[in-house]
Design a protein around this ligand. Structure first.
Ligand code: KG4
Ligand code: ZN
Length: 353
């Protein structure tokens, strides 16, 4: 027997559908309410960053416990901000992967119990696809096809977004993600977690040409590799220390950031050229990097391409992007909503669809 009321769902025009989004893959517990595909009514994020900062990174067990405490309060707050009641929700989109298994399970369990009690359907969403869809919320004029550069704490990939439900993975990182490299380099420089925003800030006072770090994997099609660059920065810091030469942290930050940006820009432009598409959309936490955004804007502008990126709040983890992704997923032909056996898939990847 079906757990949701299919007739009620079918009776509502798609642009009127109210989607509740839930996100708990890492260290933000978030809920959002969306009308149609792009009408954001509420976007609530409870961040655990101050809790994990003491440990220099996310502690999975602590993340799960805090998600348990926060998940229902953020849902309640989102419904309240939207000026709605729980009974107004038509469908629930929840991140089911990739991410920390214990963290994901909290959002998935909350979404399943709400779906069952409200008799509304459940949509399991790939978090990385969610990041791409954040662009639709920031830019109402954006429509597929376009090339998406996804750069987050766990992933770095170039994707050909052919349509709302057709993606081709062009290439991804072989080792560290761009955000991971930012966080690791920041950590050895004694900067707080998360390191990306710290390096971004410090770089503004430094010279990006000061140190010639290797550009991360300039060959090999659309694949990325950031572990060699990370090691080069660590070796540089160690060798200066051994020689008793004080390091200019802002120069190290700016030179490292420049090396990451150079490769992201180079490969994004290559993807645009070779796919023949004229639009690039940036996605994921690293999209919040001001120098990356500026450099991509300049490079795409010079080459005559259009460039989109989500506003800062929508770059890092949030539930609005999950609701948006879930909404478009539910509109695809013959879409089958998830049943209540939906499970967390920590290793879920971005793949062809
Ligand atoms: O997408 P996200 O919020 O979480 C994941 O899905 O991983 O990305 C978090 C990553 C972290 O590595 C963080 O350091 C990085 O995004 N990040 C930044 C900036 N803001 C966040 N990296 C560089 N510059 C920033 N301004
Ligand atoms: Zn993310």
């Amino acid at each position: 027997m079906e757990y949701f009321d299919r007739e009620r769902l079918a009776s509502k025009p798609a642009e009127e559908l109210i989607t509740l989004g839930i996100e708990s893959s890492c260290d933000e517990t978030a809920a959002a309410v969306l009308r149609g595909g792009r009408g954001l009514l509420a976007d609530v994020i409870s961040t655990q960053v101050p809790i994990h900062r003491k440990f220099g990174g996310v502690v999975p067990e602590i993340a799960s416990r805090n998600h348990i405490l926060n998940v229902l309060p953020v849902v309640d707050e989102a419904i309240k901000q939207a000026g709605l009641k729980l009974a107004d929700i038509d469908q629930i989109a929840v991140t089911c992967g990739p991410g920390l298994v214990g963290a994901l399970l909290v959002g998935v369990a909350a979404a399943k119990s709400l779906a069952w009690s409200l008799e509304v359907p459940l949509i399991g969403v790939n978090h990385l696809e969610g990041h791409i869809f954040a662009n639709f919320l920031s830019s109402p004029d954006l429509t597929p096809p376009f090339v998406a550069l996804v750069a987050s704490g766990g992933h770095t990939a170039l994707v050909n977004v052919l349509d709302y439900d057709r993606f081709r993975l062009l290439g991804q990182t072989r080792d560290d993600a761009a955000g991971e490299a930012f966080d690791k380099v920041a950590r050895v420089m004694g900067l707080p977690y998360p390191g990306g925003p710290e390096i971004d800030r410090l770089s503004k006072e430094g010279n990006p040409q000061a140190i010639d770090f290797p550009k991360a994997l300039a060959r090999d099609g659309y694949e990325f590799s950031f572990s060699g660059l990370k090691s080069a920065v660590l070796n540089y810091l160690n060798s200066q220390k051994l020689k008793n030469i004080p390091v200019h942290k802002a120069d190290v930050a700016a030179s490292f950031q420049q090396a990451v940006i150079a490769i992201l820009v180079e490969k994004s432009l290559a993807a645009l050229r070779e796919t023949g598409l004229d639009t690039l959309a940036l996605a994921g936490g690293v999209a919040a990097n001001s120098a990356l955004e500026a450099e991509l804007r300049r490079a795409t502008g010079e080459a005559g391409y259009k460039f989109y990126f989500p506003n800062r709040r929508l770059c890092t983890d949030n539930a609005a992007m999950i609701a948006c992704r879930g909404y478009y997923q539910s509109l695809t032909d013959n879409y089958e909503h998830n049943d209540l056996t939906l499970n967390a898939v920590p290793g879920l990847s971005l793949s062809d669809r």
